[in-house]
Ligand binder design. Structure first.
Ligand SMILES: [Mn+2]
Length: 217
């Protein structure tokens, strides 16, 4: 009996240790002549989301990504918005990609793949993710409205391009149909968040890295 209790206790302790070991987070700052960006990301704790980029619609999209990805995300950006929102949006994509790559660490026991369809009223967005170590973006979406607030809608593609290049993630995004540009982009960011969540989730039945190569870059 005593031996069994001791065994249960050490099993519990190991579970707690495993839990601590899998707390995946990273933080990074980047300063150029065009922008200052700071991003903190916690893949295992969704409690804190604080986003201030100076571009309202972009903040809204990053908040949706964090919410549906169930991650903790802080993004602070101070960019050259007197020009336009291009540098700020692209550079947030760069730093977010770097932080996600670092937080993912050795990628052991993650699902690796995740897909999601998300409707937003009349629009339908689709995202599929492979945490492959190979950057690739397939982007299939057209937006009628070139601007939402101070956000240029052509920057959606720029943001995801920067993100995949730095994170080493394969990402396919598609708006299947819809009219309203806000709805279309929102459906994409939500679908991306939900697909990302599935891909980063730890499955203890996976032995090491989910690749026959035994390694993901
Ligand atoms: Mn909205």
């Amino acid at each position: 009996m005593h031996g069994q209790l001791k065994k249960d206790y050490s099993k519990k302790l190991q579970e707690v240790r495993d839990g601590v070991e899998t707390m995946r987070e990273a933080s990074k700052s980047r300063k150029t002549n065009e922008t200052f960006i700071k991003v903190t990301c916690n893949l295992d704790e969704s409690t804190t989301t604080l986003i201030h980029t100076g571009v309202g619609f972009f903040d809204h999209m990053l908040e949706l990504f964090a919410k549906h990805g169930r991650i903790g995300l802080q993004v602070e950006a101070d960019g050259d918005l007197h020009i336009d929102s291009h540098h700020t949006v692209e550079d947030v994509g760069i730093v977010l990609g770097q932080v996600v790559k670092e937080a993912l660490g050795d990628k052991k026991q993650i699902n690796r793949y995740g897909s999601s369809y998300v409707p937003m009223d009349e629009a339908l967005g689709f995202a599929t993710v492979d945490i492959s170590g190979r950057p690739f973006l397939h982007f299939e979406a057209n937006f009628n409205n070139p601007k939402l607030g101070t956000f240029d809608t052509e920057l959606v593609k720029e943001f995801f391009t920067a993100f995949v290049n730095q994170s080493g993630i394969t990402l396919h995004l598609r708006v299947l149909y819809g009219d309203n540009t806000h709805h279309k982009i929102e459906s994409l960011f939500k679908a991306f968040g939900r697909a990302f969540r599935k891909a980063i989730t730890i499955d203890s039945t996976i032995d090491g890295v989910n690749s026959t190569k035994g390694f993901i870059e």
